[in-house]
Design a protein around this ligand. Sequence first.
Ligand code: C2E
Ligand code: CA
Ligand code: CA
Length: 582
Amino acid sequence: MADVEEQWIALTRKVVGLYFVTHEYALLTSFISKRISWIGTLENEIYHHKNDILHFFNKECDVYKGEYKLSDEQYHVVKINDQTGIVWATFNIHASDLPPVSVRLSVVWGKEEEEWKIFHVHHSIPEQIQSEYYFNVENAKAAYQVMDERVKLAATTDSVTHIQNRNGFCNTVAKLRHEHPAQNYALIKFKVQNFRYINQRYGYSNGDRLLENIAKNMKQTCNPEETCGRIEKDTFAILYQFKDRESLNQRLYQLNDDLIDKRMKRKLFSEVQLLIGVYLIPKNSMESIPAMLDKALIALNQIDETQREKNILYYQEEMMEQQYHNNFILEQAMIAFEKDEFKLFIQPQFDIESGKTVAGEALTRWIMENGEMIMPNEFIPLFEQHGFICEFDFHMLEKLCQTLRRWMDVGMEIQPISINQSRMHIGEANYLERFCHIVDKYAIPHCFITFELTESAFVEENERMLTLASQLHQMGFQLAIDDFGTGYASLSLLSVVSADILKIDKSLLDGSEVNHRSYVILEKVIEMAHDMGMIVVTEGIETRKQLKFLRELNCDVGQGYLISRPVAAEEFKKHWLNPVIS
Ligand code: C2E
Ligand code: CA
Ligand code: CA
């Protein structure tokens, strides 16, 4: 017998021992290939993923309890090639309290990173073992082929949507480009906006149904020389041919309607929107497919999600520069976070009538070692994109509470401070509990913390906001609608959400000075907010003229450079009781 065959038998003997005698499943899993396809005890017990197999082993732990001995061990080996062999093991298991059971285990060994790993296992307890039948070489080869095809398919197919996965998609793209070199191809990468939220709100099974729906319809939009696949989670890719940008654009505009069934949209996901990044592949490009996918992704990532109508972006070379810059900022930000370079600044808010400081807004500044200051617009959107924002906002909340506590401890009379919370928090499990826990850790009375959320969150996640608003109120926090007038909300929002404070965006104030319509809107907004019992804060007051004008409109509170820019927390404390303006 060849050396390698003996190795396979020795390894299988070891596996049988770990599996059936000592039940050391953890050790057993170290033998398993990353690409395993397990064919279990029962006909339909087929697992493709290592996690499922681990789960199976855990179940097996319950079955094979107690003391076991083996007898009549026999090992047969069939070499498929130098890299692959099948070993068939038969033996009887003797448990102290049970009659002996015959077991057949077939193991396919393959090379992975220079080590022998299990690629498939089939374990059965036949009524009667007919060894000639089971150990027939032809049968072994046929069984191997079936398994091999299954593995290859599993390696290129997505288990949720049953369309191509990233590997399958890349292979087909390479093949199509090779077969049709004269064609213009566009590589499209798209994702479902706020998919995480859809999963949380409608449940994971409905999230999966949405993905299946998209996958099914996406396939139908492709002609035979085009292809599509699921790249990861909620991200898909399509390779379309195109004649000109206009016709391609038309197909892309259609995608939102084509890919999600109307019924599904109506029933569950009325707000589902796709974000689409496009890379037009230069005809003779020698780039790798992953590099092309990255470019489509760069375009996708640069879509401004607050601009609902602009959900398609084409890749341009400058975006790569921007991406490098963003990556650089993000890397530096992580270091800066550790070094505590994010500082709490506060901008005073003053009573429009009396000029007295009545509150403040916490705003973050990144102050680098060399003293350079980086503004939030440079890093907050990146933190949002990379999911770091939630940790960050909690960190800044903690800083604010620490600071307020310090001031209270030296006898200062503190005022309510509002804190910006990213809309990414909405839907986070235990978000409010965590928020509350931080505030309570420093024993800050809840009425001193105002929760600011931008108006688009109120519009798009209306129902959730209603719940959040009522929870916040129960806990005694104030709620402010930020950036009102930036184009999202309608006046009716004010009657739906019970917020305490309405913050009017600078753009509405600026517009009112030059445009009569904006003036009327501003006037009506203030009136209506008052009718709803809200306090109105106007942001971005820079001139005395604006201040006078807001007085006329009965606005309650102002915030802007005219009185003060956001200042370091300690500086804010110094001027705390020094607020009068005339
Ligand atoms: P925002 O919440 O709308 O904050 C008001 C912005 O207007 C601040 O910009 C403030 O400095 C600026 N501002 C105030 N008065 C005037 C004025 O008279 N004229 C002009 N031109 N601007 C004025 P800032 O500090 O650059 O912050 C930008 C945005 O970043 C904030 O907009 C807020 O949405 C976000 N942000 C800041 N800190 C945090 C944070 O810790 N967490 C989160 N999630 N977002 C933050
Ligand atoms: Ca704000
Ligand atoms: Ca604002």
